[in-house]
Design a protein around this ligand. Structure first.
Ligand SMILES: [Zn+2]
Length: 329
């Protein structure tokens, strides 16, 4: 699958080569949030663009703040990579990383007490040539220090017109892994990935290939689970996904308890309800499409026949029998 940008963060950590778990570089560029903001290097000031189209940024509710302001860092391993050039050309690095943090905290911790936010102390975005898209890991000596590894090869391969949004979307997804709970490592990987893509969805960075689907398992992950979570958010009210994330804090995952406590049903039943909801929605869309096509055909017939149209005439459209409307606006 083209957009498997990361597996379960928490499982990945132990699988990574040692040098990927503990990378340090003297070329690291530091970005610290106010009041100690260092001057922005000149080359980051080119083609700056804001991400104010982000719903979280546009919201009147301020993003929750963690107990300790995290150190945000950027590390460019190879400035000669075209992907590195694209990153610098399309994004304001400091804005992109800070917006990702505040956007994630907004969607996962809005209206929750500060102690509900994980004690992440630093996030380092590392751009480097590698296979895949991106992954997030913690340093082996302290998991509160996170690293997001983002492939410059992948960035280089994104169509020019989508580069900015796709890079922001990937960063937003990975930033979720820096701040979400995982039931002490026991949560299903697909739920972890689903929450990450749900935040990406809510942040407005939806890639064109994403679609809602209800086949397979609820915890297949990524947008497959992300859209299911959005269905729960719409059905059970705003804040439902925040409650799921908070239910993964400080305790092991219990499939039989979490969903019933929050929504009064087992997750399999919720998934089945989601399937029925999607089926109904698709049927309504199809009926609407057929009606629209019928109207267009009526107008075309009316234009060619004037007032002599036979009201009993029936037209077949996509297997449905449509009765032309006369006298309607
Ligand atoms: Zn992920």
């Amino acid at each position: 699958m083209a957009f498997q940008y990361c597996g379960s963060l928490f499982k990945l950590i132990s699988q990574l080569p040692k040098h990927q778990q503990t990378s340090h570089s003297s070329s690291a560029l530091l970005f610290k949030t106010p009041p100690m903001t260092p001057p922005t290097p000149t080359y980051f000031q080119q083609a700056m663009s804001s991400t104010t189209d982000d719903p979280a940024a546009a919201s009147t509710s301020p993003a929750p703040k963690p107990k300790r302001t995290p150190l945000l860092r950027l590390e460019l391993r190879d400035l000669s990579q075209p992907g590195t050039h694209s990153f610098l050309k399309h994004l304001s690095a400091s804005n992109a990383i800070e917006d990702a943090v505040s956007g994630v905290l907004y969607w996962l911790y809005k209206d929750l007490p500060t102690h509900c936010i994980p004690p992440t102390r630093s996030v380092t975005l590392i751009l480097r040539p590698m296979g895949g898209v991106a992954y997030t890991t913690g340093k082996d000596f302290d998991d509160d220090h996170k690293e997001i590894h983002f492939s410059t090869d992948y960035i280089n391969g994104i169509a020019e017109g989508r580069k900015k949004e796709e890079m922001l979307g990937v960063i937003r997804h990975e930033m979720v892994h820096c701040w979400q709970w995982n039931a002490q490592g026991s949560a299903p990987g697909g739920l972890i990935e689903g929450i990450a893509d749900w935040v990406r969805l809510k942040s407005g960075f939806v890639p064109p290939h994403w679609k809602q689907e209800s086949d397979g398992d609820w915890d297949a992950g990524y947008q497959h689970t992300g859209y299911f979570l959005e269905y729960l958010e719409k059905t059970f009210g705003e804040g439902s996904v925040r409650k799921i994330n908070d239910g993964l804090r400080g305790q092991k995952y219990k499939d039989g308890e979490l969903w019933e406590e929050l929504f009064g049903k087992k997750v399999d039943k919720l998934w089945a309800d989601y399937g029925s909801h999607l089926g109904k929605e698709k049927a309504e869309e199809e009926a609407k499409r057929v009606e629209e096509e019928g109207k267009k055909k009526d107008e075309a017939t009316s234009n060619s026949q004037g007032s002599e149209q036979n009201p009993q005439k029936m037209t077949h459209l996509g297997g449905n029998i449509h009765y032309p409307r006369r006298g309607l606006p």
